[in-house]
Design a protein around this ligand. Structure first.
Ligand code: MRU
Length: 365
């Protein structure tokens, strides 16, 4: 997608030999567009846990590339298999909710261990990582194509007005390799000449909406309005939201979906106001080993300081200030689960499907 008119992906191998990875450090957006080089698997693991890269699809892609770096490192170890396995475990532990991370690491580990020599393993790792990343990119593009008819139908009902979409968190291209998941149908609609306006939830406490979604929509020239997290219900009651589209970090076999904390409340408000609530996700975000998302999906808990303090941009650069009193205890659950019954449809690379076991099974047939 575009950054000041120039096309970027969120992640790439920096050099021809694939010794290092280049990422956009998302902690600095929208105030600074900073590229960072990661040269070891440990650096990639840190970048994932500290959210320099974030979003389900992107952390899967980062881990896949990171496992290539781990394969090179393993060649210098006494026990390369153990090194690869231990590194894979560290990747998976970096963030627990998005299943794309474990999915990507498992695929890479399986591919690497087939090789007999360090050179062969490196070639296998490169091939598997590139295939995975390219497939994710294509999946996101197709999510856009498959979601487009939903926006087109709403636009055709009232052609003089823009389609008002509400989204939560950042499930944009910054959360993927390109296109995004929730944003892909929005970008496709914009490209097709459909007028779209996006309500962007700020998404406390990390503010992915305020920092990232608003920025990337602006870069693509898509009209949008930032709103405080609790605004969506009011907008829906007043007919100001035509549909919600959100991303997903893990979907179960019966269609329960985990996404950024606060998604569930938007789904409840959407149900009460007859607003369609769509979840956009590639097949890599399904965890078919799970059924009951509320009981079974692991929910990441992050540091209390993300809630009690806030970081913003000043003339002196980034500054962190206290929001709550210094002794206020805080809890920071990163994700919540929206039960399948609140989901109008799942927009995937294979088409739009109902959030139920039978239809989901057919997607994987
Ligand atoms: O904590 P984050 O920023 O990684 O959470 C991101 C989300 O919740 C996205 O909506 C989700 O990953 C889907 S986007 C591919």
């Amino acid at each position: 997608m575009l950054v000041q008119g120039k096309t970027y992906r969120t992640i790439r191998f920096k050099d021809h030999q694939k010794n290092s990875i280049e990422i956009i450090d998302q902690r600095h957006l929208p105030h600074r567009f900073a590229l960072e080089t990661l040269s070891s698997s440990a650096e990639v693991i840190r970048a994932i846990s500290e959210m320099q890269v974030r979003g389900a699809v992107l952390i899967g892609a980062a881990a896949a590339y990171g496992m290539v770096l781990a394969t090179r490192e393993a060649a210098r170890e006494k026990n390369p298999n153990r090194y690869i396995h231990e590194t894979a475990k560290q990747f998976k532990a970096a963030r627990p909710t998005a299943v794309n991370l474990a999915w990507a690491v498992d695929r890479l580990e399986q591919a690497i261990l087939v090789g007999n020599t360090p050179e062969e393993r490196l070639t296998l790792a490169h091939t598997a990582a590139n295939a995975l990343v390219e497939a994710e990119l294509v999946a996101c593009r197709k999510i856009g194509e498959n979601g487009l008819p939903i926006l087109r139908a709403l636009f055709e009902k009232r052609p003089r007005q823009p389609v008002n979409v509400l989204t939560h968190c950042n499930a944009g291209w910054l959360a993927c390799v390109d296109y995004g998941t929730a944003t892909a149908p929005i970008y496709a609609a914009h490209a097709a000449g459909i007028r779209v306006h996006v309500w962007v939830d700020e998404t406390r406490p990390w503010n992915q909406g305020a920092k990232l979604t608003a920025w990337e929509l602006a870069q693509q020239g898509i009209p949008h309005t930032l709103i405080a997290d609790n605004t969506g219900g009011h907008l829906m009651q007043h007919g100001m939201v035509d549909l919600c589209i959100v991303g997903c970090d893990r979907a179960t076999a019966r269609g329960d979906v985990a996404n950024k904390i606060g998604t569930y409340l938007k789904a409840l408000a959407a149900k009460d106001n007859h607003v369609p609530f769509y979840v956009a996700l590639p097949l890599s975000t399904f965890d078919l080993t799970l059924q009951d998302g509320i009981k079974e999906i692991p929910i990441e808990e992050r540091g209390a300081e993300e809630v009690t303090k806030i970081t913003g941009w000043t003339e002196k650069g980034f500054q962190t200030v206290h929001l709550a009193g210094p002794d206020t205890p805080a809890a920071n659950y990163g994700f919540d689960v929206t039960p399948a019954r609140l989901v109008t449809g799942l927009i995937t690379e294979k088409g739009i499907c109902a959030a139920d076991s039978t239809t989901i099974q057919k997607l994987f047939a």
